[in-house]
Ligand binder design. Structure first.
Ligand code: HPA
Length: 277
């Protein structure tokens, strides 16, 4: 048997067993037979967007083998398949986070299942803190690139040696920008800093993340991006700015406020999703 060190040295695909992915796909297929090519992972405060799907089939994560249940506030833990603007789409209402104790393999499992279902384009959404002083609460940012400061490395087996030089799809980002122009709202493009949480940042951390090139900071998304890149999916990342860090005039942020403000940005995120689907 290969030693753990040798396994970690090997480049190659995820060690998530193919039959685990197949079992999840079968559970979903038992409820919905349409072929969708776009999926959306709905982050904090955005879950209600899935309620708009017509002809929807809804599965609780508890009924999909291998899907972990989220304990985070306002993450319902349901997969909804249906139609948006007449096009088939799969939406995940809520996600699990590293700070809930999950491994990277568990966090990224839904992405592998989506890829096996035939998804080619993945829209990832999240609530984030604004680091860029030009951002305002309620703004939306397209993620052009990320800085990964999550501390999951010791525990993950998947996504080894995947190149991350071209992760976020510029064509999708341009379509999002065009939708924002049409609907007349501000859409930023910037760098997302991913941290493990679960506490929000200190003033020194907010300052440091801005200095290293971050525009927003949050506790999710990057694990899914790693898996989606490995699976060859086209990726659009969207952050809703729920609070803006002012290290010299700090304002306390609460999880409840984050949920509330993210919901305000929902119509903007919806317009972008409709433009992509
Ligand atoms: N920091 C990290 N995650 C977040 C924040 C923040 O300020 N706001 C919303 N999610």
């Amino acid at each position: 048997m290969a030693s753990a060190t040798a396994m970690l040295e090997q480049p190659g695909p995820s060690l998530v067993p193919a039959n685990a992915v197949e079992a999840a796909v079968s559970a979903i297929r038992a409820h919905w037979s349409c072929e969708a090519t776009t999926a959306v992972i709905l982050g904090t405060g955005l879950g209600e967007l899935a309620d708009e799907l017509s002809s929807a089939a809804t599965l609780s994560y508890a009924d999909i083998p291998g899907f972990a249940r989220s304990t985070a506030l306002a993450h319902r833990g349901r997969l909804v398949c249906g139609e948006l603007a007449g096009r088939p789409v799969v939406m995940l209402q809520g996600r699990c986070h590293g700070y809930e104790g999950h491994s990277l393999d568990t966090l990224t499992f839904p992405v592998r299942v989506l890829a096996a279902l035939g998804i080619q384009t993945l829209i990832l959404t999240n609530a984030a803190g604004g680091l860029n002083p030009n951002y305002s609460v309620g703004d939306v940012m397209v993620i052009d690139d990320h800085i990964d400061l999550m501390n999951l490395w010791g525990r993950h087996l998947a996504c080894r040696k995947t190149s991350l030089l071209k992760v976020y799809d510029p064509v999708l980002a341009n379509r999002a920008a065009a939708a924002a122009r049409r609907e007349d709202f501000v859409l930023h493009r910037g760098v997302y800093v991913a941290v493990s949480g679960p506490s929000y940042e200190t003033r020194a951390e907010y300052r440091a993340f801005r200095r290293i090139g971050g525009d927003c900071v949050g506790m999710s998304t990057v694990p899914e991006v790693l898996a989606a890149t490995e699976c060859g999916l086209r990726i659009l990342g969207l952050s809703t700015v729920t609070n803006v860090a002012c290290p010299d005039k700090p304002q306390t942020v609460s999880a409840e406020e984050v949920v509330e403000v993210a919901a305000i940005a929902q119509p903007r995120v919806r317009a972008i999703i409709c433009a992509i689907v």
